[in-house]
Design a protein around this ligand. Structure first.
Ligand code: AMP
Ligand code: GLY
Length: 427
């Protein structure tokens, strides 16, 4: 099987590594990729968000399957055009990707399908925003109703700051979704779907804020680990039956079947599972950890979903070890990341046992690999338990450096120390 993976980041590097580990996959191509991906597979410098460019490349390469990594090409209709040209595609059509592209649409689907989520109101002006903020009270949750890669959300106790964020979205011509605050730890669960059936991956936890102790602004994600030893038994089955299957059924009923991965961003609250958000793609950097443990052939799994032939009885096989990944970000991330800083130590990190580097924002500059994006790379490690996997991941991080590199030092620490509790639970 010959596969084309679209997208430039760490998630795509992880997807490509997992595809290369599938004996049924003979060839993988990437567009546009990055400097790390280019060390593993051929890359093609096209605009992967352009449906015609992506389809022409798939035709030129005569691939059997196209995997769309990020949300931007999905929302731009890349999967639609590829499907119309006859390719099996892992990734939803534009209409189904609206589950991620519009938070208001996602809320409406959840309401129709009776999926548990935070209470929410859409506001289009300052008066409506004030009314909604006061209806829910602090902490305030204000979300830009559009694609913002996790960065359009403000969670704050400061009513003025909440209003200011809403106003900046209105000023930009947008609307906002204002929500009740969900207590409880967050879980990312990725669910593969062929439009009818679902198969869940192993749950992961992501770290959204830039600084230790969840301080500073939201980012795309600064690290992740999987599995989650603190989750109650039956959690994944509960998400499948209460959240994923009803959402997939609702999308099918509307004539816009969701084929790809439904990223369920969840809170494990005192009142049970609640959806924080849906995404229409794998999470980054959770995927780097999750796929590091997957033993089931990944290409065959994605192909069965793309063809509408996913076996709902599939039980995925996982490495029994724990995976942790730590993102290293460029200077000034998440504001305006600096590019062009020379990276050293990649080979030393990759040479460590059970450690590898997934590249995200990297580029080649002559012989040198340099920073080329906000999140530059993730160091991924497998260990016998959380403490061992953390230790290894940070040993990898210690080998790598560039001017202004930033990373969190507390990825998976609370879990390793048994400090994660679901509010109201006795265990
Ligand atoms: P989103 O883009 O919707 O995933 O939001 C980004 C981050 O904001 C989430 O990962 C949470 O950390 C936080 N967040 C979003 N919605 C809520 C909510 N209703 N209650 C508490 N935290 C939230
Ligand atoms: N890690 C969060 C995301 O992929 O949206």
């Amino acid at each position: 099987m010959k596969v084309l993976v679209l997208g430039p980041g760490g998630r795509e590097h992880a997807i490509i590594r997992a595809l290369l580990a599938d004996p049924g996959v003979t060839e993988v191509h990437s567009a546009p990729g990055n400097a790390g991906i280019a060390q593993d597979v051929p890359t093609h410098s096209i605009d992967a968000n352009n449906p015609v460019a992506a389809t022409t490349l798939a035709q030129d390469l005569a691939v059997d399957l196209v995997v769309v990594g990020p949300e931007a090409p999905l929302v731009a209709g890349v999967a639609d055009t590829l499907r119309a040209a006859g390719f099996p595609v892992f990734g939803p059509d534009k209409a189904a990707a609206a589950l991620e592209g519009s938070k208001a649409f996602a809320k409406e689907v959840m309401a129709s399908a009776d999926v548990p989520t935070a209470m929410a109101r859409v506001a289009t002006n300052a008066a409506e925003a004030e009314e909604a903020l006061d209806a829910f009270g602090a902490p305030y949750v204000v979300k830009d109703d559009g694609l913002a890669a996790g960065k359009g959300v403000v969670v704050t106790d400061d009513r003025e700051a909440a209003l200011a964020h809403a106003q900046s979205c209105f000023d930009a011509g947008g609307t906002v979704v204002i929500e009740e605050y969900l207590d409880g730890p967050e879980v990312s669960l990725f669910v593969i779907s062929d439009g009818k059936h679902v198969v869940p991956l192993s749950p992961a936890q992501d770290f959204k804020r830039i600084f230790d102790n969840d301080e500073g602004p939201n980012t795309g994600g600064m690290g992740a680990y999987t599995p989650l030893p603190w989750l109650p038994e039956g959690f994944v089955d509960g998400v499948v039956t209460r959240v994923a299957q009803p959402t997939i059924d609702e999308m099918a009923k509307r004539g816009t079947p969701f084929v790809g991965v439904l990223y369920c961003g969840l809170a494990a609250t005192s009142r049970g599972i609640r959806v924080i958000e849906f995404n229409a793609r794998f999470g980054d950097p959770e995927t780097q950890a999750v796929l590091a443990r997957l033993q089931t052939p990944f290409g065959a799994l994605l192909m069965s979903a793309a063809r509408g032939e996913l076996d709902p009885e599939t039980r995925l096989q996982w490495d029994s070890r724990t995976a942790v990944d730590v993102v290293m970000a460029a200077a000034n991330y998440p504001d305006s990341p600096r590019k062009g800083d020379a990276i050293s130590g990649l080979d030393r990190a990759n040479a460590l046992d059970c450690v590898h580097v997934a590249h995200a924002g990297t580029a080649a500059s002559g012989e040198q690999i340099v920073t080329a994006g906000g999140r530059v790379l993730a160091v991924v490690a497998l260990g016998e338990d959380l403490a061992a996997a953390r230790d290894l991941a940070y040993r990898g991080v210690a080998e790598i450096s560039w001017e202004g590199a930033q990373y969190r030092s507390d990825i998976a620490q609370a879990a390793a120390e048994g400090r994660i509790n679901i509010p109201g639970s006795t265990s």
